[in-house]
Design a protein around this ligand. Structure first.
Ligand code: WQD
Length: 336
């Protein structure tokens, strides 16, 4: 299929582009590069051995999305575009609603105008009102969430459901990511956060690289096996493969599935995996809990296994090894 990836220059989009091409699909990327680099698309093209056209622009611009769809004969859209920093969303709610909801609505409208009915949406486990262990898709989702970022994702899920009710020909998949980590095994592409990383894995990678002085562990008094927060760390290539499976199994209506491993890893598990990979201890200190953090957030991935015939195959150790290779070879990310 000829697939448009909005926000496709980002961490998950660039990895998904490669896997789509490996499965015989044709990929076009639309990205405003506000939180991504053109270099990521160049490297993904090189790794895939196929040119990936890049349209630089705003996925909230319905005309632009429509022109891109028409120009490239697009048959399906995977919508990654959007702001994704939880903390920033609390400080800039209006920007998050404008950008995240605006780009989803503009993309769906452009698709309708051009008769494109296949849509995969990049959602998140942050839509669950009560994080916990082995969360199923039936767990309560709403807008009573600790941050506007998660609320935008829950609202877009509702928009997709309403669009499907209005147009039964729409074939949609909503993918609720847990914690995406890792990098392509080549070390050529990976997560390239701007500024100080909010997320654990890139932060530990920068400590290991000497870019950051020490890891601050946000609390070790949670009710978990070692007191630190437990999350479902899913390798970005497993996640990318989940997108291809969802795309290839689209049917009329909306299928919502968790993309996670079903296994939990603690902050110490990640730290110790990194220390084993680099062969030395990494400086760290336990500090106060981060407001809004849950003790545990892991997926029940059974529905994805069943409906997509997909399951993760890579371990946390694989993700740490791949992250370190990317970090070591690209200490300044795509900035070179
Ligand atoms: C993981 C664990 C922290 C940093 C994110 C966001 C969002 C989502 C992915 C898209 C927690 C601990 C972290 C640090 C630490 N993306 N930690 N020191 O909070 O599960 O959520 O998931 O939807 O980005 O919702 O991910 O990586 O920030 O934290 O101790 O410097 O690591 O307390 O237990 P999180 P995270």
């Amino acid at each position: 299929m000829r697939v448009l990836l909005t926000g496709g220059a980002g961490f998950i989009g660039s990895h998904t582009a490669i896997v789509l091409i490996e499965h015989g699909h044709h990929v076009v990327v639309l990205d405003d590069l506000s939180n991504a680099s053109e270099e990521a698309v160049r490297r993904a093209s090189r790794l895939a051995g196929v040119d990936i056209p890049l349209a630089v622009g705003d996925a909230g611009d319905r005309e632009l999305v429509g022109r891109t769809i028409a120009e490239h004969g697009i048959e399906a859209v995977i919508h990654f575009a959007g702001r994704k920093a939880v903390g920033e969303s609390v400080a800039k709610p209006l920007e998050y609603y404008r950008v995240n909801l605006g780009s989803a609505i503009a993309t769906l409208e452009a698709m309708a105008e051009h008769g494109v009915t296949r849509f995969v949406f990049s959602s998140s486990a942050t839509v669950y009102e009560q994080p916990g262990e082995l969360l199923a898709e039936s767990a309560p989702v709403g807008i009573d969430l600790p941050n506007p970022y998660g609320r935008t994702k829950a609202m877009i899920e509702a928009i997709v459901a309403d669009a499907s009710t209005a147009d039964p020909s729409l074939q949609a998949a909503v993918l609720r990511y847990f914690n995406p980590v890792g990098a392509h095994a080549s070390g050529e592409i990976g997560e390239d956060p701007k500024g100080i990383p909010n997320n654990l894995m890139p932060f530990v990678a920068q400590v290991a690289a000497g870019v950051r002085e020490r890891l601050r562990i946000f609390g070790d008094d949670y009710n978990t096996h070692d007191g630190t927060g437990v999350r479902d760390y899913i390798h970005v290539l497993d996640l990318a493969e989940g997108h291809v499976a969802a795309l290839e199994k689209l049917e009329p209506g909306v299928l919502t599935v968790n993309l996670g491993t079903g296994a939990g890893g603690s902050v110490f598990d990640v730290l110790h995996a990194f220390e084993a990979t680099v062969g030395r201890e990494l400086p760290h200190e336990v500090v106060a809990r981060r407001p809004g953090d849950a003790a545990v957030s892991t997926a029940n991935p059974a529905l994805a296994h069943e409906r997509l015939d997909w399951r993760t195959t890579r371990t946390l150790a694989d993700a740490v090894r791949d992250t370190w290779r990317w970090q070591e070879r690209n200490p300044r990310g795509y900035a070179g």
